[in-house]
Design a protein around this ligand. Structure first.
Ligand code: NAP
Length: 352
């Protein structure tokens, strides 16, 4: 198969670097263009990017010249967007209009009624919302969004519980990694020896996005899941990997911990999303140790795509409680976007 040309907008940033790394030798995709701000345009990627990943910069990217994030300069059938929200809001529709499938990490269009908010291992069928989007907007491309990086892992765990027992209420406290704030992110003077008990806009996102992803696609529209959320978001001095402590009220009388653990272990992605190159294997990894998951030890489970759950136990206020860990720049961002793009290709939803 000829590889599909793809582009990365915001290629020099925290998420952009993950794209560069994860697209190295991708079986279906070939990076044709790297775009960033005026600060970087015209420079070689190796000059423009301050590489912060703990894997080497792939050779293919080093000599590529950064171009502006415009439809004239970037020609690709799939455009991975690692842009900040205000810029994404303006540029992503331009690429969709030009016929590209835009796989976005920004929050700009997550709430749009005709934009799928996707975790393929949870709601692969929501991809078909793009038919409505194409007829609403009259464009041949599309915009497909990733959830916020904290919503990602939490929603995978909730999906397993919702399918098996029904979920009614969720109380969750996040401990979010520094890379989630981009580079250079939060000042070291603020972070060392500290926890920041606020991330702007984050709690509202995590209280709403899982409801869209766990909702049903009915007659071309998403019915939000009837689940109540209360979320506290905190920034902690961890490099990568968001940890979430969650307590959940189930719809029916709670089964024993062993039955709940079995449901989490047995959870599988829908068939359409199970065999794709970036599909997490397994979707959920359940740790039995009393002190796991931990970000430093467990964030790369399943190449960073697997949701790691541990400490499943009874909750005296709601029904059950557990800990979720998910890699924020892989499952929660670049890896998730690539998985979305693979789903688009496998469902023949790219324009020729
Ligand atoms: N970090 C995470 O864990 C995470 C997870 C999920 C979603 N997200 C979302 O992903 C997006 C990117 O986040 P990030 O953490 O990677 O940010 P970041 O490290 O600050 O990188 C921002 C990127 O955007 C580029 N850029 C800035 N202004 C631009 C413009 N006018 N035109 C074109 N490119 C421009 C920058 O290029 P220069 O280097 O040239 O300035 C850089 O490549 C955000 O919307 C964020 O909310 C992040």
């Amino acid at each position: 198969m000829n590889k599909i040309p793809v582009a990365i907008l915001g290629a020099t940033g925290s998420v952009g670097q993950r794209f560069i790394s994860l697209l190295n030798n991708h079986p279906w995709f070939e990076v044709a263009a790297l775009a960033a701000s005026d600060r970087s345009v015209g420079q070689r990627y190796s000059q423009a990017a301050r590489w912060v990943l703990d894997v080497p910069m792939p050779a293919y990217a080093k000599e590529m010249i950064i171009v502006p994030a415009s439809t004239e300069a970037v020609q690709a059938r799939i455009v991975f967007s690692a842009l900040h929200n205000e810029i994404a809001q303006e540029l992503e529709p331009q690429f969709a209009k030009a016929g590209a499938a835009v796989c976005s990490n920004a929050s700009s269009y997550r709430r749009a009624e005709d934009v799928p908010l996707l975790l393929p291992e949870v709601n692969a069928d929501h991809i078909h919302l793009i038919q409505r989007q194409r007829s609403n907007k009259g464009w041949s491309g599309c915009i497909v969004a990733n959830p916020n990086c904290t919503s990602a892992g939490l929603t995978v765990a909730l999906k397993a519980l919702d399918d098996a027992f029904g979920v009614k209420k969720v109380f969750a406290v996040s401990m979010q990694a520094l890379s989630g704030a981009g580079y250079p992110g939060v000042s070291s003077m603020d972070m060392i020896d500290n926890v920041i008990p606020n991330i702007n806009g984050e709690e509202e996102k995590v209280e709403w996005e899982p409801r869209k992803m766990l909702g049903n696609l009915v007659n071309g529209a998403i019915e939000l899941a009837d689940i109540q959320f209360s979320v506290h978001a905190n920034r902690v001095a961890v490099l990568d990997g968001h940890t979430i402590c969650a307590s959940v009220k189930l719809s029916a009388a709670p089964p024993d911990v062993q039955t709940i653990s079995q449901a989490l272990c047995a959870y599988q992605a829908p068939a359409a999303a199970r065999e794709l190159p970036s599909a997490p294997a397994p979707a959920i990894h359940l740790r039995k140790e009393a002190d796991r998951p931990q970000p430093r030890l467990d964030r790369l489970t399943g190449k960073g795509m697997t949701t790691v759950v541990g400490r499943v136990r009874k909750d005296p206020l709601l029904d059950i409680k557990f800990v979720v860990l998910s890699h924020n720049t892989i499952r929660g961002a670049a890896g998730g976007s690539i998985y979305n793009a693979e789903l688009l290709v496998s469902q023949n939803l790219l324009m020729p």
